[in-house]
Design a protein. Structure first.
Lengths: 170, 85
């Protein structure tokens, strides 16, 4: 396993907010052969379906969460030429407008960094054990999983199988 | 065998517990057997674990399917489809 993880992967699951600029600096300064760095930041929306969301509560499965994120990042480094992956996912109570998730992917060139970043988010949404509970003026409600998310992850499975003949995942 | 069972999110609330330790009869060998065993408790267990319900199972913190075998001391988690990101 160690021979497969030469690219640095860093995972954090935390209640605290994060500083995107600082995270980008840390990753880009770690390796000067990095020529492209893609960042994705997910935010809490105030509207989901019909209700006004006052706040969001993020539950997770301690232990499995970190293991699943590590696995997803590792999968990305096996499929694309990357020089670093950094994932932060927040838990606890969040308000609309707050940052909830960040994925940084760094490589020599932009295409790998872009594709790997989307891949990681698509897989995170279907495999990482987080659950959102929305608090609305009418009370709490668990967010239902979206079929779109499952089909987005399945699409990568298809693309990767076609491109690399690799069908041993999922 | 004895296993440690965990429940999360909506299912944790529905079952009114997040954790239990269970000693299983010898006939229970995999995830499908366990789900049937829990459903046999009836009530909310039978409702939530019915064939038309969508839920996920992890064994030792890896996503599992109905054929995944169980073992002594396994950590088995049952939870709704995930909604992070």
């Amino acid at each position: 396993m160690d021979t497969l993880s030469l690219q640095p992967i860093s995972i954090s699951v935390q209640t605290a907010d994060f500083d995107l600029g600082q995270e980008v600096d840390t990753l880009s300064q770690s390796d000067h052969s990095i020529g492209a760095l893609v960042s994705f930041v997910g935010l809490v929306r105030d509207l989901n379906l019909a209700a006004d969301v006052v706040s969001l509560e993020l539950e997770h499965y301690p232990g499995m969460t970190e293991k699943a994120l590590q696995y997803i990042a590792q999968e990305a480094t096996l499929r694309w030429s990357l020089k670093g992956v950094r994932i932060i996912h927040r838990i606890g109570n969040l308000r609309p407008g707050e940052r909830i998730v960040m994925v940084l992917t760094a490589g020599a060139h932009r295409h790998a960094a872009y594709e790997a970043n989307t891949f990681i988010m698509d897989y995170l949404k279907t495999r990482a054990p987080f659950w959102k509970k929305e608090w609305t003026p009418e009370g709490p409600r668990w967010v239902a999983a979206r079929e779109n998310d499952a089909s987005a992850a399945a699409r990568w499975h298809q693309i990767v199988s076609e491109r690399y003949g690799n069908d041993d995942h999922d | 065998m004895q296993i440690n069972l965990l429940y999360f999110a909506r299912l944790r609330e529905a079952f009114q517990t997040g954790q239990e330790t269970l000693t299983l009869p010898d006939s229970i060998q995999n995830v499908a057997d366990l789900v049937a065993h829990l459903s046999a408790r009836g009530g909310i267990w039978a409702n939530e674990l019915a064939a038309n319900q969508v839920f996920r199972v992890a064994v030792d913190q890896d996503l599992a399917d109905f054929s995944t075998p169980l073992h002594e001391g396994a950590e088995v988690a049952i939870f709704p489809p995930v909604t992070g990101g």
